[in-house]
Design a protein around this ligand. Structure first.
Ligand SMILES: [Mn+2]
Length: 380
């Protein structure tokens, strides 16, 4: 008899439905949740981090959309309301799902939705979902030898300080985000608005080979920002705690440079090293964050990353075609003493796109993709 089914998916990155929102698969996600809702046995639905994209979500200030690195609870709530309006259908499906007490809904906190640490954000989400008790907000899920975590803590550029989640800025309490989050929110959102489609294309090296302009813009902006944050911002904004001197980053950069070790994002390696005990005790580990399908099944122990649910494409350099990347989730069945997993691809029909056509008119391409998936709400 099935005791429990655990479903894991992540990196949905629901935003405000504007140009900086990369999630359009509401129909597919709702279909999946509605199907889970009908199961006869217990279901744990684990939304594994970056479910909401607060980072790239604007907020209303004086009737205008804007971005800021100083995120108070109030600003966060204003963003959540925009996300709710743009993706109401997903909230409705989740609301139906938690109506049954045998179903449990877990929100694991990621770097794009660190805002979930605000109590008022948790309360508001609970309110949207009918104030049920089977809704949890956690940094990780650890039950029945299943360990699930978003994974930003193993990525030194995106990790946040779990012991110090908030900062004081002037009279406000603000989120103590990762260094990359602070930079992204205040220095790169205009680039994202100018090139809203580019971020959906992987692998990045191929994109850079075929699109030299953007590389120049991005690397230049990156270098200037990095230099300023080490030599200028800490002095210029001495009383602003979000412009801290990235001491650890600089140290790490040097260390990596010396060792010629560049795989900055190998979070799986870092997880195994830093969480050796957890890894040994678990049968199944699911991590998110890297947006790339990954499975390693070794001696009865498996690590899985199912990939993201954002609208993303694989760029084939030879044919200059963009191939839509499928959405996947992990299904784990707990039955007596056994646990079995499966990585399941959600059937979605999407067309290949010509790279050159897409980058010529990025906004047209975004609209076309949204239309193909039947995503109609939102601000665009
Ligand atoms: Mn992430």
């Amino acid at each position: 008899m099935v005791q429990k089914e655990v479903i894991v998916l992540g990196d949905v990155e629901m935003g405000a439905g504007n140009l900086t929102d990369d999630f359009i698969s509401d129909n597919a996600l709702c279909e999946l949740i509605d199907e889970l809702e009908k199961r006869a046995h217990n279901v744990d639905l684990v939304l594994n981090g970056d479910i909401f994209d607060f980072l790239k979500c604007p907020y209303f200030r004086n009737n205008q959309l804007s971005y800021t690195r100083h995120v108070t609870e109030e600003i966060s709530l204003s963003k959540l309301n925009l996300i709710y309006k743009a993706h109401q259908r997903v909230f409705y499906s989740l609301r139906k799902f938690v109506k049954k007490r045998k179903n449990k809904l877990y929100f694991i906190i990621g770097n794009h939705d660190m805002d979930l640490v605000f109590k008022e954000i948790q309360n508001k989400i609970r309110e949207f979902l009918g104030k049920k008790r089977n809704i949890y907000f956690k940094h990780f899920y650890n039950q029945d030898k299943i360990y699930i975590e978003h994974g930003q803590q193993y990525d030194f550029l995106n990790r946040f300080n779990k012991k110090r989640l908030f900062l004081k800025h002037k009279k406000d309490i603000i989120l103590n985000q990762s260094w990359v989050s602070f930079s992204l929110m205040s220095k790169f959102m205009d680039l994202k608005e100018q090139h809203p489609f580019l971020e959906r294309i992987t692998p990045r090296p191929s994109l850079m080979d075929l699109h030299k302009d953007i590389v120049k813009k991005l690397t230049w902006r990156g270098i200037v920002y990095f230099l300023k944050s080490t030599f200028y911002y800490p002095f210029r904004y001495f009383f602003d705690p979000t412009y801290f001197y990235p001491r650890e980053l600089v140290k790490d950069f040097y260390r990596r440079l010396r060792k010629a070790h560049y795989d900055l994002d190998n979070i799986i390696k870092v997880f195994k090293l830093t969480k050796r005990r957890t890894y040994k005790k678990s049968k199944i580990v699911v991590l998110g964050h890297i947006h790339e399908k990954f499975i390693e099944d070794k001696r009865g122990r498996v690590i899985i990353h199912p990939g993201s649910w954002r609208d993303e494409y694989h760029l084939d350099k030879e044919s200059r075609k963009l191939i839509p990347i499928p959405k996947r989730y992990v299904q784990i069945i707990v039955e007596d003493e056994n646990i079995n997993y499966q990585l399941i691809e959600y059937p979605l029909k999407r067309e290949e796109v010509s790279f050159d056509k897409a980058i010529k008119n990025e906004i047209a391409q975004i609209k076309k993709a949204a239309f193909e998936e039947g995503f109609t709400s939102g601000l665009i």
